[in-house]
Design a binder for this molecule. Structure first.
Ligand code: GLN
Length: 192
């Protein structure tokens, strides 16, 4: 099983290390052609506007949509969750998303950099105790469509959701050394 991590900007190295820790072959994806053999793709946290510009430059919009249509699962963390959402609130003018997942995401909903925080989360379908969620200028998921399963909330706002082979998390599971969500993506979401 090969899972790619979009390696244009942001916390892609940490995701690669987490995948390697659970013995999944990780590919740092810098060009669309590298996605042909992937069964899953992680779009990391970082700055969604910067990632969006680079995605445009390298032709990732069509390529990710096509690969997703052909069966590649996609997980967006933080900025990545913004990029896979159908609707983005508080984006910069004309900010483009892939529009794959039937969710509305509000950018920077939990505040600015200084408002970053760590919170203990209860995440549905995850074995074991609570999960430490690291929130950095994080978005929340303001609305989910009928086919979307809300997996976790913080202060009443949805911070993790799944729709079939799509997963979105507002926080950064690659920064805590806890591989349970990476394992969930590889074993449940990719395999679905
Ligand atoms: N606020 C950032 C954005 O709009 C996301 C922050 C993050 O990914 N940690 O892209």
């Amino acid at each position: 099983m090969q899972i790619g991590v979009l390696a244009l900007q942001g916390a892609f190295r940490e995701h690669i290390m987490m995948l390697e820790a659970i013995e999944v072959t990780a590919v740092a994806v810098r060009l669309p052609e590298q996605m042909s053999d992937l069964c899953g793709l992680i779009i990391p946290g970082g700055e969604s506007t910067a990632i969006a510009k680079l995605m445009e430059t390298y032709g990732f919009y069509d390529a990710i949509s096509q690969q997703h249509g052909a069966g590649m699962a996609v997980w967006g963390t933080c900025a990545g969750a913004i990029l896979i959402a159908k609707e983005v609130l508080d984006g910069i003018g004309g900010q483009r998303s892939l529009g794959l997942m039937d969710i509305t995401v509000r950018r920077n909903a939990f505040g600015r950099q200084k408002d970053s925080f760590v919170a203990d989360l209860d995440i549905n379908h995850l074995p074991g105790e609570g999960f430490r969620g690291v929130f950095i200028r994080a978005p929340w998921i303001e609305w989910v469509g009928k086919g979307v399963d809300a997996l976790a909330k913080h202060d009443g706002a949805i911070v993790a959701a799944r729709q079939g082979d799509l997963l979105a998390t507002s926080f950064h599971p690659e920064l805590t050394g806890d591989p349970r969500i990476h394992r969930y993506f590889a074993q449940e979401v990719v395999a679905s």
